[in-house]
Ligand binder design. Structure first.
Ligand code: SF4
Length: 487
């Protein structure tokens, strides 16, 4: 008998991340890999709750992936399914960091990369021998299975294809969980396989998911050049964006080949305009380039006809209240095309989390419910030189100043002028407007006590102190977030 597998990416309570900006939102790649690894005999459906509701339809098995801020929602979905007697499995970075928390809400937890154990897990499920924990190994990226893109509702995504060329990072930034999850190693796929996959992708727009497509060291840099040249030689006509380190500009051959191969824009973690902050973060590569050269980096990328979005993080221990004004001025003067501004967030498993916990500075510790606050839009710890509210207000002010309709339009015209791309200008406008709209929605949520759950009438459960409660409205319906009956 054919069995049904539902793979779910739960909604982000704080809809703010690289992947939740509509302009660059991509289908959940990890679920596409698991679907591809699922043997015949399974009917598979992927639901990305960021674009469509979970309908709680029947299934034999439900697989859920979650980061930290959507973990409470993942647990709720799991709860609903387990109420129906349907088994659930969770994977992803949050469950890998906190498996003991996750197992309280699901039947099975996958730690690490699920690809290596997925078929064993399904086999165990079929024999009614599902284990509580599976530890996924760090897999070789050779012969990586092709993502099941046919299962995505691709009409709903602006960027329909996410492609990986490598995984991991040998750096060690204090706030980042990439190295905790993957170790400090950088693995890459054979170029031929990446190029074959790109040829098979029937979408013009592509987002490379690597944390740094350029890699680390001279060899990796040569590999990136070969990748771009391979795209040019094979006539792979894509418009693409990627994340790179700031040393993207060190070799003009890299820039030339990237542009020729269709690079529209790059995302770079500039993080801070204060070198002391970069030192605290262990942001070694940015320090090597130097903050004084950030404007030159942007100029050089523009000279090659490529746009740039910089990521900045606020709330660092050396950030004084003037950081907001200084960053606003930098964004406007430097002509940077886009800026992703976020609040420093101690994710579980990072050194930052351990330090702030040790210092007694965490503000939201009613886990797992409070993980919903850990979405980069809210101060979840006590900053050193301002109040949490001042931190949130400060970042909001930068967004307001730099991404109003008129300012975004002016900046988009600059993008057209400096990066010499009309399409790039249009994307920059939508990108900046997309971020400010998400930010303001979350800001309002935070100011009004984060009631986002109550807006979703299909959620009759709340998690408090790690327990799941059934909720009831005063009129007896089960649509409110007011907890009343402990289950
Ligand atoms: S922030 Fe970027 S450079 Fe730093 S450890 Fe994470 S992936 Fe590596």
């Amino acid at each position: 008998m054919i069995k049904k597998l539902l793979l779910i990416n739960p909604v982000q309570e704080a809809k703010f991340s690289l992947a939740t900006n509509m302009v660059i939102r991509v289908p959940p790649i990890s679920l596409g890999y698991l679907a591809a690894l699922t043997p015949p005999g399974w009917n598979i459906k992927i639901t990305d709750e960021n674009i469509e509701p979970v309908t709680f339809e029947d299934a034999d098995l439900v697989g859920i992936t979650a980061m930290t801020s959507n973990a409470p929602r993942a647990y709720e979905i799991s709860y609903r399914y387990r109420q129906k007697g349907i088994k659930t499995v969770i994977g992803g970075v949050h469950a890998s960091m906190l498996p003991d928390e996750a197992i309280r809400f699901v039947d099975s937890v996958v730690l690490g990369e699920a690809e290596s154990i997925w078929q064993n897990l399904l086999h165990d499920f079929e024999r009614n021998e599902l284990k509580e924990f599976y530890r996924g190994e760090r897999i070789s990226l050779e012969n990586l299975i092709r993502v099941r893109r046919d299962l995505y509702d691709s009409k709903r995504y602006k960027v329909k294809a996410a492609v990986e060329t490598a995984r991991g990072c040998p750096m060690d930034c204090e706030f980042c969980s990439v190295t905790t999850l993957y170790g400090r190693v950088y693995r890459h796929r054979p170029l031929k396989e990446v190029l074959d996959e790109l040829e098979a992708v029937d979408s013009r727009n592509v987002l490379f998911m690597d944390d740094n497509i350029l890699g680390y060291g001279e060899k990796a840099e040569q590999r990136a050049i070969q990748l771009f040249r391979g795209m040019i030689e094979r006539g792979i006509n894509k418009r693409w964006a990627c994340q790179v380190g700031i040393d993207f500009v060190n070799n003009s051959e890299v820039l030339k080949c990237a542009k020729k191969a269709g690079c529209l824009a790059v995302f770079i973690g500039l993080e801070s305009l204060n070198e002391e902050v970069l030192k605290d973060m262990h942001k070694v590569r940015n320090l090597r380039v130097g903050v004084r050269n950030y404007r030159e980096v942007i100029k050089k990328i523009h000279e090659h006809g490529i746009g740039i979005s910089g990521a900045f993080v606020f709330g660092n221990d050396r950030d004084e209240k003037d950081v907001f004004q200084k960053t606003t001025e930098f964004i406007m003067d430097s002509k940077i095309d886009g800026a992703q501004l976020s609040i420093l967030t101690p994710l579980p498993g990072t050194r930052l989390y351990a330090r702030l916990k040790e210092e007694g500075r965490l503000l939201y510790t009613n886990y797992p419910n409070d993980w919903k606050h850990y979405g980069f839009t809210q101060a979840v710890f006590k900053p050193k030189h301002m109040t949490p509210g001042e931190l949130e207000d400060g970042v909001t002010e930068i967004y307001k100043h730099t991404t109003s309709r008129v300012t975004s339009l002016k900046r988009a015209l600059n993008s057209i002028l400096f990066a010499r791309s009309i399409y790039g200008g249009v994307v920059a406008y939508a990108y900046n407007r997309g971020y400010v709209s998400f930010w303001m929605k979350n800001y309002d949520n935070i100011r009004s006590g984060f009631p986002s759950r109550s807006k979703e009438p299909y959620l009759p459960y709340a998690i408090i102190d790690g327990e799941i409660y059934k909720t009831k409205d005063l009129d007896g319906s089960e649509n409110s977030s007011t907890p009343s009956v402990r289950i």
